[in-house]
Design a protein around this ligand. Structure first.
Ligand code: ACM
Length: 698
């Protein structure tokens, strides 16, 4: 809390300076209300319903709020954060604390329930109503967490108007479509320092994600302190783990933002790190050592020994006391059964129980673990491999394979989480994750089955990320997932989503997320120059290859330093969508769009020699030398296509053949980076050659 107060004071000092300048120079002009503003909807996620009304409220230093009905810490701290962010966005200094004089308030936060749950609950009422008028704004909610969601919306409503900012008059009635809107972060394969965790929670709060799924144990690292079994972290983690006090602090921070923390302890597979210090847990004789490479390993808990369950009972009991959430994730993925089949004792156990597959043995294991968790009042979540007709129905299934698992799980009556379309490491575009509905139409679920789907989770696995690249891999695409999980199913306009995502991306940047800053820093370090413009231009055209492609080409391990060009480029970079739209407009006769495309292509051609020069002195950049060579040629292909189109002359066959060859080469997944702008250029070339091209992919 003291940290938070210091932070606010520093901002307040900066704002005070801005306020002073304002009072000297601008106040006479500001004294008249600015002309009514056209409301620009940049809300992300979109609310359930919104009605525009007449007028707007100028955001002035006189803005002051009153709390009515709930005065708890969570709401008071949330209101202070709201003012602090509003100050940052607008440069206007405002009162941080509420007024006791309700009649003077410009914002009334009215929370019906005076009491607050100590921690957010899975069936939390997050609904709120926002009535923003020119004189007064009322935010009403049943719970303090509903009010926090409404404050995020209000913050996003602030928009520039003339020389100041306003809240446009709107009536919003809002509630999430799904109660479980998660983000999974794998801190096992690569440890993520606490500052990454905290800023991830900040980003989640900004877009109303409400479950932080903390993947804490992996073959490559045991990342949490156990006091009962200290060799877990001491021998299983190369020293990088979260202490119990740090975990409690993270839970407190998340809870203050209305975010639940669900830990994952992956078992029976992905468990090598447990066995380094406690080899008797394993199904093989051992010894075990922490893995530094990635993939599927054979280590698995011995499911036949009572001592395994005694150990898990003591460990999970310890964790159940540490984590207040009623859910606990037991993983269950990718246990290959090899150690089980190789162990005569386990083999005999299977035979005695009539199990013919290791999947049946895994169900025996999961069911026993589920019973242990039940005794600690925890409900089990597991990846879809735990799905089996014999599994007790109260386990929640997280679907990471295919929709078929969603369908099967729903038929068997399990509650479910949708995850596979939201695997961020597959570098799906924001449009792809946004359009993937947790209740897929093709699945033909009955209404009762559809009700079992609690929501979904954006998943960030960490084989190929570092604390420097994690933000750009998560953000802003996770905001598109957040909107899918919060907003009505009918919200499917990808162009409008991208327009708002660009704004949200900058808001997240202001909130301290590193998805823009860190890649740019990476580029400067790659070229060892502060003259980063040519490289930034080059990087704006590129995106990382899918994790599975990098895995095949480079076999990165935990020891790989993720400092190549691929690590400093962003998935689904803004230029991809922008160029698709410019090309569409240019082909519909929009001269300004054609001119902007020309400028872009010329800029590439002009910047390319500098990038090639940096590469001469940067071995790491040289690894992308084919891409560096192809880049200006793509610019030329674009320019020449525009020329042919402008002259209305078909290009000669040898030109077309050369472009085809260039695009084929540029489309190969090589040097770990893909050109995100290829579909737009292909579209131009096709149009110039008179083909009717298919529309660009989302
Ligand atoms: C997983 O992706 N192995 C759950």
């Amino acid at each position: 809390m003291t940290g938070a107060i210091r932070f606010v004071s520093a901002a307040a000092r900066r704002s005070a300076v801005a306020g002073l300048v304002l009072s000297l120079a601008v106040v006479p002009l500001m004294a008249q209300s600015p002309a009514p503003t056209t409301f620009i909807n940049t809300l992300m996620p979109q609310p359930a319903s919104l009605t525009e009304e007449a007028g707007d409220m100028p955001i002035r230093t006189t803005f002051i709020y009153a709390l009515h009905g709930n005065n708890g810490n969570r709401l008071r701290q949330g209101a202070v954060r709201f003012i602090h962010h509003l100050e940052m966005y607008t440069g206007v200094q405002m009162a941080l604390t509420p007024t006791a004089n309700a009649a003077s308030a410009t914002l009334t936060i009215d929370v019906r329930s005076a009491a607050s749950d100590a921690f957010p609950t899975p069936d939390e009422d997050e609904s709120y109503t926002l009535d923003a008028g020119p004189q007064h704004i009322t935010l009403s909610a049943n719970t303090d967490i509903g009010a926090l969601r409404g404050l995020q919306t209000l913050l996003q409503l602030a928009q520039p108007a003339g020389s100041g900012f306003v809240f446009p008059a709107v009536h919003i009635q809002d509630a999430p479509r799904f109660p479980w809107r998660g983000l999974m972060l794998d801190c096992g394969r690569h440890f993520m320092p606490l500052n990454v965790i905290y800023r991830t929670l900040d980003g989640m709060a900004a877009v109303k994600l409400n479950v932080f799924h903390w993947h804490l144990t992996e073959d490559q690292g045991f990342r949490i302190e156990s006091r009962v079994f200290p060799r877990l972290q001491e021998m299983g983690s190369n020293g990088l783990y979260y202490t119990q006090q740090q975990v409690r602090d993270v839970i407190t921070y998340a809870s203050a933002r209305g975010i639940r923390v669900v830990p994952e302890f992956d078992m029976p597979g992905h468990s090598t790190s447990w066995m380094v210090g406690y080899p008797n847990l394993g199904s093989a004789p051992g010894p075990y050592s922490v893995q530094t490479s990635f993939g599927i390993f054979d280590s698995a808990f011995d499911p036949t020994r009572n001592s395994t369950y005694q150990f898990l009972d003591a460990f999970l009991g310890e964790m159940a006391r540490l984590f207040p959430d009623p859910y606990m994730h037991i993983g269950g993925d990718e246990s290959n059964g090899k150690e089980w089949r190789a162990n005569p004792h386990i083999h005999a156990f299977m035979k005695a129980h009539g199990y013919t597959t290791t999947a049946q043995l895994q169900t025996y294991f999961s069911t026993r673990v589920q019973k242990i968790l039940g005794r600690y009042h925890k409900r089990t979540v597991g990846w879809d491999e735990i799905l089996n007709p014999a599994l007790p129905k109260n386990a929640v299934i997280e679907v990471w394979h295919r929709d078929q698992f969603l369908i099967e799980g729903a038929k068997e009556g399990h509650r479910e989480l949708y995850a596979h379309p939201y695997y961020l490491d597959h570098m799906y575009t924001a449009a792809q994750v946004f359009l993937a509905d947790p209740v897929p139409a093709e699945a033909n679920l009955t209404p009762a089955q559809a009700k079992l789907i609690l929501g979904g989770e954006a998943c960030m696995w960490s084989e190929q990320i570092s604390p420097d690249s994690v933000d750009s891999r998560i953000w802003p695409r996770a905001a598109a997932v957040a909107e899918r999980l919060w907003s009505p199913a009918s919200d499917r306009d990808t162009n409008d989503m991208y327009r708002r995502l660009d704004v949200e991306s900058l808001r997240l940047d202001a909130d301290g997320l590193d998805h823009i800053a860190a890649p740019n820093r990476g580029l400067r370090q790659l070229a060892r120059t502060a003259d980063d413009e040519p490289l930034m231009l080059f990087a704006s055209t590129l995106q990382p290859v899918d994790t599975s492609i990098r895995y095949k080409q480079e076999h990165p391990t935990q020891l790989t330093s993720f400092d190549l060009l691929v690590d400093a480029v962003r998935p689904d970079p803004p230029l991809r969508q922008e160029m698709n739209q410019l090309v569409d407009r240019a082909l519909h006769g929009d001269a300004a769009a054609a001119s902007q495309l020309r400028s872009t292509f010329k800029a590439w051609i002009a910047a390319a020699p500098a990038v090639a020069r940096y590469a001469m002195y940067s071995p790491r950049l040289q690894q992308a030398s084919d891409r560096i060579g192809q880049w200006p040629k793509l610019g030329t292909a674009g320019l020449e296509s525009l020329d042919y189109l402008a002259q209305n002359t078909p290009p000669p066959a040898d030109w077309l053949a050369a472009q085809k060859q260039l695009l084929n080469q540029a489309a190969q997944h090589e040097e770990l980076v893909d050109f995100a702008v290829l579909p737009a250029i292909q579209h131009l070339i096709d149009a110039a050659s008179g083909d009717q091209p298919p529309h660009a992919q989302p």
